[in-house]
Write a protein that binds this ligand. Sequence first.
Ligand code: HEC
Ligand code: HEC
Length: 363
Amino acid sequence: MKRIVLCVVGAALGAASAASLSAQVEPLPLWAWARSTQPQPGDKAAPQAAPNRNLRPNENPQEQTRPRTVQGSAASYSLVDVRDGHNVIDWFPGDHPAMPPIIKNGPASLGETARGCGSCHLPNGKGRPENAPVAGQPAAYFVQQLRDFAAGRRLSSDPRKPNTPTMAMLAKAMSEEEMRQAAEYFAAVKWTPWITVKEAELIPEMELEDGNMYITHGKEPTEKLAGRIVETPEDAFQANGVRNPRSGWIAYVPVGSVARGKRLVEAGEVMADGRPVRKTIACVTCHGADMNGAGEFPAIGSRSPSYMMRQLYDFKTGRRNGTFAAIMQPVVANLTNDEMRDIVAYLASIKPAAPAPQTASAR
Ligand code: HEC
Ligand code: HEC
């Protein structure tokens, strides 16, 4: 991987220095963090404890402990089971290989307080917008990210984001063998799309679970999208209440963003005054023809646009600064927040190529 990368980066640096102006780092795109305010100096989040089974003072014991079911699953779990971070529930065991203890229970070195990887990333590795879609990522890439988290080289540009330090704490606690097992487990789960991208001016009224996600209760479209991407569960109770890992998501994106993003991803260009202007390196050089990864390069297509936006912005601010982050820095150097938004809108809309051989007209 290193040789390809060095030569591509050389070409990219040439392009970047030729560009007249390097786009400055703009304020945090709040929508990608599901936040309503900018972070303030001194803000900091501590790693979170695993959510436990104890009933909370405001909870109705009957509601919390009665068994629930989801369509297509033979299992039944209570809401207490659903939140138990140390014993990850599994609605659809047939959708993935058998979960090793690291996925179900978390790093052994943390004992009873450990949180299984599946509690945030879900047993099928789909992840949710506030964490990361890990299914189908190359094992070598996956392990490298764990090392980067453990070394303090993957931080979030919003220092209030609590699950990033939690992720780092878990990575630090993992043994080499647990890293290998987790990487091989998620690499073996085939990625299938579960996000529907919709271009819109108006969206249903959203409720913000601050720092976590946008939720809607099926209201009429009355809220202005206003340049954001808003990613929300198709069914809030299925996705969030019982963590049904098959329940999909909708990503509302600005009108025209998908076509602009496609041009940036495929040709590295934007149109200005009717002519193309080069802004970045075509992603296909490294991320594979359908953006579904290639060799040790990660898959970025048909996955959470909020997550991908945070990563692009984190590469740009340098808060994500792992061993191979320098390869992505020239890619984002000249991109504005709106251009990165267009890119992730398009990326989320891509469907992985069918297993049949690809023809030129299929793309
Ligand atoms: C508390 C929720 C949580 C748990 C539990 C969790 N993660 Fe994560 N994970 C995250 C978040 C949040 C991110 C993205 C952090 C960021 O980039 O700001 C992440 C990112 C990752 C990534 C990087 C993905 C990529 O595409 O670069 C890997 C790999 C990963 N996690 C593996 C694991 C493993 C292995 C475990 C189990 C030991 C685990 N995670 C448990 C929250 C969690
Ligand atoms: C020269 C090769 C190269 C090119 C070109 C490239 N990337 Fe990357 N990309 C990488 C590498 C390597 C990583 C992993 C970096 C790391 O380990 O921190 C990465 C990581 C990423 C990630 C984070 C993925 C995750 O799961 O966290 C995103 C998002 C991304 N690239 C988007 C893009 C986009 C969008 C483009 C085109 C505009 C692009 N990349 C072009 C090599 C490249």
